[in-house]
Design a protein around this ligand. Structure first.
Ligand SMILES: O=C1C[C@@](O)(C(=O)O)C[C@@H](O)[C@@H]1O
Length: 267
């Protein structure tokens, strides 16, 4: 019997969806120096993907254009600090999904598009992956997805629930619908109220993984959900978020510990 080749999403030679789950370290600094300091700590861990939580950057700047200007000024320096082998995931988590910034859909689209830039032939966008919340206006999601794909940027589609864990079938459908919207890596992060909720999340992830449509990320947040962050490979999640300093969500563990756990828990 021949084994089917998994569909993967590749950034900087890192193949999401094949072999061991990737560790993603978030940078949550509120200004340039804090972000650069956290980036230095992140590159000293085994994480190969670094997430810049842009919604937490310069909260003093309410104006979308002022905020965009400082973000774009820091981007090349952050990119350089990561070196050629680490991928940069840019995330603007809106307050609607537990993030730090209240932003109009149109300003969000302009910011995400500016981050991806229009690359010239033979060059690479400074951002390798872009996070888009798939519950934003459909026109905005599709605009961001098209710009990303035109520029060779991998799209992470996001959904967060900080209150509870929907039913398994709903979780599966969320991941499938994110992929239909153009996400290369659908992602759900939900909150367990009971241990069984953690199983529900893992089971939904396993179901979707077995469909073989491509990589996805599934997280059960908070202290109860920690198992989901280290057992990612067993239930088919392509990546897990872990820290090198302050965390960006409840339940995240240190990247070095997670790397060890992923190795120990390899099926
Ligand atoms: O979407 C996610 C997942 C996350 O919420 C977590 O639970 O690890 C952390 C966020 O930084 C990231 O954007």
């Amino acid at each position: 019997m021949t084994e089917s080749i998994p569909i993967t999403a590749t950034v900087r030679g890192i193949e999401l969806g094949r072999a061991r789950p990737e560790i993603i370290v978030p940078l949550v600094g509120d200004d340039h120096d804090a972000v650069m300091e956290q980036a230095a700590a992140a590159v000293a861990t085994p994480a190969r993907i670094i997430e810049w939580r842009i919604d937490l950057f310069r909260p003093d700047l309410d104006d979308a254009e002022d905020h965009r200007d400082v973000v774009l000024a820091t981007l090349p320096r952050l990119r350089a600090a990561l070196g050629p082998d680490r991928a940069l995931l840019a995330t603007v988590r809106t307050s609607a999904e537990g993030g730090g910034r209240q932003i109009r859909d149109i300003d969000l689209a302009v910011l995400l598009e500016a981050l991806m830039g229009e690359r010239r032939a033979g060059t690479q966008s400074q951002v390798d992956m872009i996070d888009v919340e798939t519950s934003r206006a459909p026109a905005i999601v599709s605009r961001v997805v098209s710009t990303a794909h035109r520029n060779g940027v991998v799209v992470v589609g996001s959904y967060h629930d900080f209150e509870g864990t929907p039913e398994e079938e709903e979780l599966c459908e969320l991941l499938r619908s994110q992929r239909r919207l153009g996400a290369d890596v659908p992602k759900i992060a939900v909150t367990p109220q009971t241990p069984r909720d953690v199983l529900t999340l893992m089971s939904a992830s396993l179901t979707v993984a077995s469909e073989g449509a491509g990589p996805h990320i599934a997280i059960s947040m908070g202290p109860l959900g920690v198992a989901s962050r280290v057992a990612a490979e067993t239930f088919g999640s392509a990546a897990t978020f872990a820290t090198a300093g302050p965390r960006s969500a409840p339940g995240q563990l240190e990247a070095d510990d997670v790397a060890r756990m992923l190795e120990l828990l390899r099926p």
